[in-house]
Design a binder for this molecule. Sequence first.
Ligand code: HEC
Ligand code: HEC
Ligand code: HEC
Ligand code: HEC
Length: 148
Amino acid sequence: MRDLLIAIGVLSALAGVAAAAKRDWTGSTACGACHPKELAAWQATPHATTAARFGSATVPGKCLACHATGEAPAGPAIALEVGCEACHGAGAAYAEDDLMRDLPVARALGLVDLSTPKARAAVCSGCHARTTKSGPFDANAPVHPVMP
Ligand code: HEC
Ligand code: HEC
Ligand code: HEC
Ligand code: HEC
């Protein structure tokens, strides 16, 4: 059952990859240059620190599908982290100041819509099963809460 759930997760992750407009990635540091608060908040989460689970061992491609950002297992992973672009979409085409101020344009260039519960659930479910060890998975839980 767990293998089946993982297989479904990988397939949906691949579907998400295929849907992005451009296959170009900037990396989380580049996003953080303009979004320092989100970067700092994200750095404290398990999404950012997952590399620590794998130590120095080579990570199998099937694990990179969810524990990394990029096109694994079909293509290269750009980082061993669940980076900004794992949720927001590959950013090279939209990650510019004037484009990002124009939401419809940014979306057309690959910025993923996460504004509704349904849209969020679709992105999270690419990697997360419906239930976790501690209970139901909540797609609306804060992912990088910025403190006021
Ligand atoms: C050159 C600066 C710059 C870079 C680089 C950049 N952004 Fe932005 N981003 C902006 C600006 C400006 C806005 C719109 C104003 C605002 O809300 O801060 C914005 C808005 C956003 C939003 C909110 C969109 C909405 O719903 O209104 C998200 C999400 C976002 N950026 C994610 C990213 C990600 C992910 C990356 C890296 C791939 C990235 N940004 C790189 C400048 C940038
Ligand atoms: C379909 C996506 C997916 C794949 C593929 C995947 N993982 Fe994970 N993994 C997750 C998610 C999501 C969590 C967080 C679980 C939670 O807390 O709900 C996680 C958590 C973990 C944890 C933390 C301990 C635990 O069980 O909660 C370890 C260790 C781990 N994964 C190792 C691996 C290894 C090794 C592989 C490759 C053999 C792998 N994962 C493949 C999604 C995946
Ligand atoms: C696990 C998925 C995920 C990751 C990883 C992630 N984000 Fe987000 N981000 C979201 C969600 C969900 C929202 C809320 C969207 C909404 O309500 O419209 C959001 C909102 C934002 C916003 C809009 C303003 C705000 O703070 O709500 C910006 C900017 C942003 N993210 C930038 C980033 C940057 C930069 C990174 C990497 C350092 C990053 N995100 C990593 C899921 C993610
Ligand atoms: C690219 C795959 C991927 C996506 C997309 C993703 N996650 Fe994750 N998430 C992971 C992995 C892998 C872990 C486990 C990291 C670790 O602990 O090593 C994790 C861990 C978490 C945790 C911590 C769980 C714990 O046991 O501490 C939360 C909360 C979480 N994710 C929420 C979300 C939400 C909400 C979304 C959607 C907005 C989302 N994630 C999208 C892969 C992903």
